[in-house]
Each structure stands twice: as C-alpha cells, then as structure tokens.
Design a protein. Structure first.
Length: 116
C-alpha cells in the first residue's frame, strides 16, 4: 500500500519561502495524480494545488496562484510544493494526497506557520 510522508513545514516570516516535499516508497509516484491540501485551525480542508499523472498539468487555487509551484522529482520519487511570498493566511497543516483509479492515499501532514 502506498504510504506518503510530507516534510518541509516550518515557521517562516511573511514574505519568506518554503519547499514542502511529499515522498513515497515502494511505488512510483509518477503513476499518481498528486494534490496538495491545507487545513487551518477552525477551517475546512481546502485544495491548494494538483499535478496530473498523465501530462503533469497543474492547477492552483486562486489564493496561491503566482506564489506556489508544484513540481515532480521523479528521480527522488517525490512531489514538491514550492511556496514563495508566504502570507500569514497560508498558515495551516499541509497534506499531500495521491490518487489512482479513484483510490486516495493521504500523508500525515506538515505544519506551516507564517508570522507577520
């Protein structure tokens, strides 16, 4: 069974950058569509970005468009979320999700905190 591990969360000042990683072992992650989601305290989980398995086409929520980039690193079997110009409202637990044939696999999440 696919297991995902997120890393890279940290405390950063407003305007700073972080790179989150979603890594898998035992299976090729490039077979899966990957989504990044986040959940802030007291709020519902929301989609941030996705990258398809077919042609690596990407999607970004309006709130992060132009600041976040999702990238596959197939050599490391990892998907990164490069986050630039971070804002306090980006503070949340970030999760990655892998999807294949309608089956979803979630990681445990990584905390991102942006101070003003």
């Amino acid at each position: 069974q696919l297991q995902l591990v997120e890393s890279g969360g940290d405390l950063v000042q407003s305007g700073g950058s972080l790179r989150l990683s979603c890594a898998a072992s035992g299976v090729r992650l490039d077979y899966y569509a990957i989504g990044w989601f986040r959940q802030a305290p007291g709020k519902e989980r929301e989609g941030v970005s996705t990258i398809s398995s077919s042609d690596d086409s990407t999607y970004y929520a309006d709130s992060v468009k132009g600041r976040f980039i999702v990238i596959r690193d197939n050599a490391k079997n990892t998907v990164h979320l490069q986050m630039n110009n971070l804002k306090p409202e980006d503070t949340a637990i970030y999760y990655c999700k892998a999807e294949l044939y309608g089956t979803n696999y979630w990681g445990q999440g990584t905390q991102v905190t942006v101070s003003s």
